[in-house]
Design a protein around this ligand. Structure first.
Ligand SMILES: C[S@@+](CC[C@H](N)C(=O)[O-])C[C@H]1O[C@@H](n2cnc3c(N)ncnc32)[C@H](O)[C@@H]1O
Length: 467
């Protein structure tokens, strides 16, 4: 180890941040290591607000494929623990954490994740973090990184105990998010924080048009993949350990898709039957469109609309894999005069854009990218979408409102306000949803699956009918 020991208990302050302008990604060094690629990806999430997946896609584009698993696991680990690391750094540094250069901050999170993960010897983590800093734009911070990590190692037990006392920092949540969850779920909020901090399981949806769940379980067994069916949600299969989709029997042939259990519950309030005309109003990447077409091949029509042309491509790919057919439209669904043929729909699925707090365990970068101000704007967007597509529903038809979030403001309150302002809209009681397996907590209008319940992501469902 070539790093000198640090004797002081207070880490020296560093120069003010010298981060590049917000939209300009820092250049990744030519001979990049997994650690530096991970840190640059994390830095882009912090600085530019891009998703971690898109930052990783760019980072890995010109990288040997062998580095990809380490870059992914380091960056996900750093992002997952980001706010716990922030609390630790707050105790380790003599200056505000926010004053750190973004890349230095990201490098520290990568290293703290490695120390928490404890698969790499401690000395090697510190050594590698300092070397990585020296090989990047963070070269000047090598001494600081060395000092911070060494002090963390000396005081880890005490620091982790202190940080663990607060449920928000224990579960690596920003304080504002913990406060929101506590306000909406006063009894469950710490459980929700813990669920958001856990690793998400891999759920499959078996395509009953091709193969039964029982037969598919046998195929998995033959392939050496341990799995079990979730009897309460037909076609849902839980894998003991996540696998690469290419290793799933019949994946390319559309026998099976990856879809969370909570998302698969959409089938219950929809109550599909042959001959129905269905609109999937916010369809991309097409998971629920595919589910509807698999469950009810006798639909008269499925129209799948999404505003994002790149994401519509993914709907096309997902449906093509299962030989499923829908009318795909790229449009703002609320501008109905631009795309609707005037024939009413019997079912409308509005899987609305939302704060996605129910899927944080899959996308931990949500905690870095969302802000309370942004979340507060969403109910207006959701209400506008509901109001603009309501005229497209046939009398006696059903609209199912879905989000993958946990805030009452985006769920119960949106539906409540819509019902109050729409005399021909009526709530379909949750008790009448055939097949609903008793998941979730009911509110006045719908049902909230809480993250982690039965292994599912957090989803909200409400069904409305037109009178
Ligand atoms: C939660 S995702 C939908 C997930 C999808 N239903 C599935 O199960 O795969 C929300 C989608 O709404 C789309 N969206 C947002 N605003 C929209 C609008 N005004 N019109 C149509 N689509 C919109 C987004 O592009 C995004 O793909």
């Amino acid at each position: 180890m070539n790093t000198a020991p640090v004797n002081t208990s207070t880490v020296p302050a560093i120069a003010p941040p010298s981060a590049p302008p917000a939209t300009v990604p820092a250049a990744v060094p030519a001979a990049a290591s997994a650690r530096s690629l991970a840190a640059y990806a994390v830095a882009r999430v912090i600085r530019e607000g891009v998703t971690l997946d898109s930052a990783l896609k760019d980072a890995l584009a010109a990288t040997p494929i062998t580095l990809a698993p380490s870059v992914k696991s380091l960056s996900y680990g750093a992002v997952r623990g980001y706010y716990r690391h922030e609390a630790l750094l707050g105790k380790l540094l003599s200056q505000p954490v926010k004053a750190l250069d973004v890349l230095v901050r990201a490098l520290l999170s990568v290293a703290l994740y490695e120390l928490e993960d404890s698969r790499t010897p401690e000395y090697a983590v510190v050594d590698a973090a300092v070397k990585t800093a020296k090989a990047t734009d963070a070269a000047r911070a090598g001494g600081l990184i060395n000092a911070v990590l060494r002090r963390y190692l000396r005081e880890a037990k005490l620091l982790n105990t202190e940080v663990g006392r607060n449920p928000a920092t224990r579960h690596a949540s920003p304080v504002w998010l913990a406060d929101r969850l506590r306000a909406d779920w006063p009894v469950r909020w710490t459980q929700l924080l813990a669920a958001g901090d856990a690793q998400a399981p891999m759920w499959l949806r078996v395509n009953g048009q091709h193969i039964s769940t029982e037969e598919y379980l046998l195929k998995l067994e033959a392939a050496g993949i341990v799995a079990q069916a979730e009897a309460r949600v037909p076609y849902a299969v839980l894998l003991k350990t996540p696998v690469d989709v290419q290793d799933l029997p019949g994946f390319a042939e559309g026998w099976v898709s990856v879809q969370d259990l909570g998302a698969q519950c959409v089938a219950f309030p929809l109550a599909l039957s042959p001959g129905l005309r269905v609109l999937d109003a916010c369809a991309a990447p097409g998971g629920k469109s595919a589910l509807m077409l698999e469950r009810e091949p006798g639909l008269a029509k499925l129209v799948a609309v999404d505003i994002d042309p790149n994401r519509i491509v993914r709907v096309r790919e997902n449906l093509a894999r299962g030989n499923l057919i829908a009318d795909l439209i790229t449009a703002d669904v609320s501008q109905t005069s631009k795309w609707w043929d005037g024939v009413p729909f019997d079912r409308i699925l509005l899987d609305a854009p939302c704060s996605a707090l129910g899927v944080i365990r899959r996308h931990p970068d949500i905690r870095l990218r969302k802000s309370p101000a942004e979340i507060d704007k969403l109910p207006l967007v959701q209400a506008r979408l509901l109001t603009s597509i309501w005229p497209l529903l046939a009398t006696g038809g059903r609209l199912v409102y879905v989000t993958c979030t946990l805030t009452r403001s985006e769920n119960r309150d949106v539906i409540g306000a819509f019902l109050r302002g729409t005399p021909n809209a009526k709530s379909v009681p949750v008790e009448s949803w055939i097949g609903w397996p008793g998941l979730g907590e009911a509110d006045e209008y719908g049902r909230q699956i809480l993250t982690g319940e039965a292994g599912a992501d957090g989803f909200y469902y409400a069904a409305l009918t037109k009178i």
